[in-house]
Design a protein around this ligand. Sequence first.
Ligand code: ATP
Ligand code: MG
Length: 434
Amino acid sequence: MDTTIKSLGPCEIISPLHHVGGGVEVNFRKDNERVLFSHTLDRDSEPHADASQFSFEASGPREHIFFNPAKTTAAIVTCGGLCPGLNDIIRGIVTQLHYRYAVTKVFGFRYGYEGLIPRYGHTPMLLKPESVSQIHNFGGTILGSSRGPQKIGEMVDLLEEMNIDLFFVVGGDGTLRGAVEISNECERRGLKKAVIGIPKTIDNDIMYLDKSFGFETAFAVAVQTVKCAYVEATGAVNGIGLIKLMGRDSGFISCYAALAGGNVDFVLIPEVPFQLEGERGLLEALRYKLAKKKNAVIVVAEGAGQDLIPSAGNTDASGNQKYGDIGLFLKDKIGAFFKERRTECNLKYFDPSYIIRSVPANAQDNVYCSQLAQHAVHAAMAGKTSMLVGRWHGAFVHLPIALATQGRRKVDPSSELWHSVLESTGQSARLSDG
Ligand code: ATP
Ligand code: MG
């Protein structure tokens, strides 16, 4: 696992943070300060493991920086789907650059990577602290976003033309892969540009990160729907509340929403396959639950049970595979199952995904986003590139983008999290006969 962070060159400029005034000491960090990959240690079996194990570069302000603030221009882009906290990140980058480093030329590219291709006609916005001061109170991104491939060479042409030195890229796995290519192209052309990623994933599925921004907001909103579904389920004969939540490949939101909301009987996630039919399949388990307690609540992540639905096989503009709609599929199957048995059931279906994605970040995420933005700016000013900022074991770190996008973090079915879900719902560990 290569955790080395790419650098544009030696840092020879004294950081303006030295002059914060008021006798306040700045906690400058050195590149040799590391955050260990594992925070546990078995001294009996590996007495020297702490020295040899993987570690990440600690994030934070550097005493010497690479870029001269007076001559530095920065730009921000947001790509992919919406996620709570995008505006907080934009605001944090702009204010940190202005107030801590006195970098005043900060542009926002409009509508994702499209904004870097002049023929689309999306003129970049000049961002000032005054113009971003209230944006964290709103969901979405003031810059807009988009999907769809753009030519790397053309995007780098514009960065070159506009003399962008620091390029902050906020987006998911696809966006971050694009950022690596942009950084590689800059290197090929001998351009000294810092490309810094801030990973966006509402599903909390980025590797080597404690949590992604927006995740807490997302599951807190999801909990409201889970509670509504329970109310609906208890208000009718054989009431069933079925909620589809985000989670294409990882079921974290579903797990946390079910744990926080309580009153959930089944959680279905992509990591744990299940069967519909059969003695121990979902439908029989649901029938048993209704017979016993007269109502049931099911939370299903959008990527769960894909092997059961004839997949549409289509792809979106960015080439991501479109998933079959497991929520509507289950709704139909459950309805048909009880109809066949001449049993009354009242199913209420909830799909709150766009509501969840577009809300403003909550207080916890407000703070987390501004910290991520601050750390991203410190890294960029120090001439780091092709890296992203994240938090690992509570400490902010630098990660090579290529390392973090190698795979996805998933719910481990043997983990404490999944066992808590099983205990809280009472569902069987395997909803299948196999
Ligand atoms: P989300 O997971 O929320 O959908 P994302 O960043 O993965 O976010 P995508 O639509 O997949 O969203 O990608 C965003 C942008 O990144 C698009 O413009 C897409 O063309 C570009 N992109 C995706 N994958 C790559 C890649 N491998 N190389 C270069 N650019 C890419
Ligand atoms: Mg993606």
